[in-house]
Design a protein around this ligand. Structure first.
Ligand code: GLA
Length: 401
């Protein structure tokens, strides 16, 4: 990478453990019972399908959120983080319920409230959070936080029963989705929490959201001579501001009109589109139908070690998200077109959109040329300088100390 480009650093376990433990010690004057970490993610393809009964194909980033945590013998919870200038928070487990907790407290504490609501013997705790997952970048910093806390609580209050296998992790992921929906008030689907808890290193996670089943899909970018460059546009990004929920609501209305539970159950997309008369519902449904087709093609190509051929589907996904789904923004559009002009095989926004990050599939060795081209295009447009990282399919959440 050229010197003027900032590459967002991924901490190794030792650094993350040190930062979270130091913050714990400085805040509470004692040592934590352990440290847990969970990753951010990018989604290769299958965007806005997780709440439509479709497929998505995320993989875990090397960037993780670290949570140092200790059990308490009472109902109090204390939370501190390096995520912003926030003061440490103190309250009770009840204060972490819907309508009470907000901001990062909802993501950090919401899982505790949900797990207790679901009958797990969760009590009070102290936690210190340190993270290198870029915030508000569409890389799932919120799910990384929720799932790291959930793994810690499961282990300290429940013998690690749920974290130990995929069935338990599926349940933990569902609890974190509830925390996000009910406590944080963001109507998101389950892709991010599954990516943080159920991936394995070296693989993308094919999630079938009809039944939350998953399949590990080997993703050997090195062997294909390729790399996934992540472009954090640094454009403001928020999922709780109503736009995400309005996309979801339009899909649910369209599904109800078509008499299916979710849009991906539709057997004949052409006929279904002809039956919808609201233009907004037509556009949203068309994205869902065409995206599901693109994911299928990409799964086939990746499974057949033909990763270099997925570029057109990445491009098609972006066009559909920008045109039919209307969740892109100028910064994302400039990022993907500048990346393609600089030789990327394909590029698309990743995650919820409305700002956040794009991914570009580039030849190995071309990362810095493509990043330079994107940074120049941003400067020409007067945008904030973007940040970059190179994604490697990394490990799921777990205990690190
Ligand atoms: C956000 C949500 C996910 C998913 C994506 C879009 O990341 O948290 O559930 O809907 O947007 O694919």
């Amino acid at each position: 990478m050229s010197n003027h480009l900032s590459l967002l650093p991924a901490w190794d376990d030792a650094e993350g453990v040190r930062r979270a433990s130091d913050l714990f010690l400085a805040t509470y004057g004692s040592r934590p019972d352990g440290v847990w970490a969970a990753p951010g993610r990018v989604n290769l393809i299958g965007e806005h399908l997780d709440y439509n009964g479709g497929f998505s194909l995320p993989f875990a980033l090397p960037h993780r959120t670290f949570v140092a945590l200790a059990r308490r013998d009472d109902e109090f919870v204390r939370l501190v983080s390096d995520l912003g200038a926030d003061e440490p928070w103190t309250g009770s487990l009840d204060d972490l319920g819907p309508g009470r907790a907000a901001g990062w407290i909802a993501y950090a504490g919401g899982p505790a409230w949900v797990l207790r609501d679901e009958g797990l013997p969760v009590g009070g705790f102290d936690a210190a959070i340190a993270s290198c997952v870029p915030l508000g970048a569409g890389l799932s910093s919120s799910a990384a936080l929720e799932t790291a806390v959930a793994l810690a609580l499961d282990e300290l209050f429940h013998d690690g029963t749920l974290g130990a296998d995929d069935a338990g992790r599926t349940r933990l992921a569902a609890a974190c989705v509830r925390a996000e929906n009910e406590v944080a008030g963001a109507a998101t689907g389950g892709m991010d929490q599954a990516a943080a808890l159920r991936t394995t290193a070296g693989h993308a996670l094919l999630i079938d959201s009809r039944d939350a089943s998953v399949r590990q899909v080997p993703l050997d970018l090195d062997a294909a001579g390729l790399a996934v460059l992540v472009i954090d546009t640094r454009a403001p990004h928020a999922l709780a501001d109503g736009q995400y929920a309005s996309r979801r609501a339009a899909c649910e209305r369209a599904a109800a009109r078509l008499a299916v539970r979710t849009l991906c159950e539709v057997a004949d997309p052409e006929a279904a589109l002809a039956r919808l008369d609201d233009p907004e519902e037509v556009r949203r449904a068309r994205h869902v139908f065409t995206e599901q087709e693109r994911v299928r093609r990409v799964i086939d190509l990746v499974s057949a070690s033909r990763l270099s051929k997925i570029g057109p589907d990445l491009d098609g996904s972006h066009a559909s998200l920008a045109g039919d789904y209307e969740v892109s923004c100028r910064e994302l559009d400039v990022a993907v077109s500048a990346a393609r002009d600089a030789g990327a095989r394909g590029a698309r926004m990743t995650g919820g959109g409305f700002g956040g990050s794009a991914i570009a599939l580039v030849e190995r060795g071309a990362e810095s040329r493509v990043a330079d081209a994107v940074a120049s295009a941003f400067a020409e447009h007067g945008f904030n300088p973007p940040a970059f990282l190179v994604a490697r399919a990394s490990a799921p959440g777990g205990r690190v100390a």
